[in-house]
Design a protein around this ligand. Structure first.
Ligand code: AMP
Ligand code: MG
Length: 410
């Protein structure tokens, strides 16, 4: 009888998440150019050093006039287009043609939109009684000098990137993109385009993982395939620990004699846990290694079963990759959903792939995407969420509410 290895202690998913989070450091920062900011997180406060707009500007195409002037027809003194500053002066009895965004000529205090005017041989007829200030954006109405326009921690949406550009910046301080390496392991795996020999299957995990990484703002250092040999897998790990922030392997972390990743991670890194009380994806190794002076590499040993790997990625890897870039909301949002059918619980949390549909009463109904075995990648097709089914003594009945991790917006 051997004593149980403490590394094999079965953790609840929440405990595993907490351990990963505790080892996930913010990546060093860099200045990235405007065109490379989308989806990243700002690491500095940005203060406006100018007023926006810097001049009073028309918000409509029309005529700049004096509001107190009651004469219906006014002489046109000139054109004021956006992008220039003409030497025009508007006084009672006159008007200047003006376009949206153009500076208001001195003397004018209102803009009458073109639809409310009519050109006449003597000038322009104003069809309304203008109010002082109408259709004018005053100096600094969007922001004033000294305003903190964006705070550190802001996720760089298109609007935020636009704001940075409008501040006159050419770049902004953000976390460096995580460098990620991926390795699929397995003697049975063949690369795309190769014929299948006896006992072989195609490598799908490498490509599913690369696709899962694509929207997360990472740089993929390497994505390859290795046989179940100590030499190949050891070389990969040594090399990629040295040059990657995150190393993701697929396969080789369960109980088989050719599950080599498990042992190599103990040897080459510090393993924090390797079993999580969940389905799919119970074998899941999390380790860390020191790379170079200040660097730290997170290593995720995903199980080889395609669905198990992707669920492990969703639940543990994705949040870590976002957190290290500074995202405050690294976890997928959750929602309460209503089971569309009975569900038999198991002895650990079951992450059921479900399709969601908004029912007539406004509640999200969750229906299984079909057979849920961990080899069946198609169970992810059409899945909007992972319904979280905690263990319990009695079956879940259709109509019961459970939590779900949302994979798609609903
Ligand atoms: P393992 O975790 O290495 O024991 O693999 C578990 C199961 O997943 C086995 O049936 C493998 O053939 C399968 N598998 C492992 N790696 C891959 C992969 N890259 N693509 C598709 N299936 C895989
Ligand atoms: Mg294997």
């Amino acid at each position: 009888v051997s004593t149980p290895n403490p590394l094999d202690r079965l953790l609840e998913p929440a405990e595993a998440t907490a351990i990963i989070r505790a080892h996930t450091l913010l990546l060093p920062t860099e200045r990235a150019p405007l065109i490379d900011l989308a989806g990243r997180v700002l690491m500095e406060d940005l203060v406006s050093d100018e007023d926006q707009p810097p001049f009073a500007a028309a918000t409509m195409d029309g005529f700049a006039v004096v509001s107190g002037d009651s004469g219906p027809v006014r002489r046109i003194v000139g054109d004021q287009f956006a992008g220039t500053m003409e030497a025009l002066h508007v006084e009672p009895g006159t008007a200047a043609y003006i376009t949206t965004g153009a500076p208001l000529p001195p003397g004018a205090d209102a803009v009458v939109q073109i639809e409310h005017t009519e050109q006449t041989p003597g000038g322009v007829r104003i069809g309304e009684t203008p109010r002082a200030g109408q259709n004018i954006r005053p100096v600094g109405s969007d922001r004033t000098r000294g305003d903190r326009v964006l705070a550190a921690g802001t996720a760089l949406t298109p609007a935020a990137v636009g704001l940075i550009a409008s501040l006159g910046r050419m770049d902004a301080l953000v976390a460096r993109r995580p460098r990620v390496s991926v390795l699929a392991t397995g003697d049975e795996l063949v690369a795309p385009g190769q014929p299948l020999g006896p006992g072989q299957i195609r490598d799908s995990n490498r490509f599913a993982l690369v696709a899962a990484l694509a929207p997360l703002g990472v740089t993929i250092r390497y994505a390859g395939l290795a046989p179940d040999t100590d030499a190949a897998q050891r070389a990969f790990l040594i090399e990629r620990i040295a040059d990657s922030d995150v190393v993701i392997t697929s396969g080789g972390v369960s109980m088989g004699r050719k599950d080599l990743i498990k042992g190599l991670l103990v040897e080459l890194a510090t393993v924090h846990f390797r079993q999580v009380r969940m389905r799919p994806g119970k074998p899941f190794t999390f380790a860390t290694a020191t790379a170079g002076a200040a660097g730290r590499t997170l290593l995720f040993g995903l199980p080889g079963n395609p669905v198990s790997g992707l669920v492990g990625f969703e639940v543990f890897v994705r949040p870590a990759l976002l957190a290290m870039q500074g995202h405050a909301h690294a976890d997928r949002p959750t929602a309460r959903v209503r089971l569309a059918h009975d569900v038999t619980p198991i002895d650990r949390i079951d992450y059921l792939r479900v399709a969601l549909r908004r029912a007539a009463d406004g509640v999200l109904d969750a229906a299984s995407t079909g057979p849920q075995q961990s080899s069946r990648l198609a169970s992810f097709i059409g899945a909007d969420a992972l319904a979280i089914i905690p263990p319990r003594a009695t079956p879940y009945a259709a109509g019961e509410m459970v939590d779900a991790l949302l994979l798609n917006p609903v």
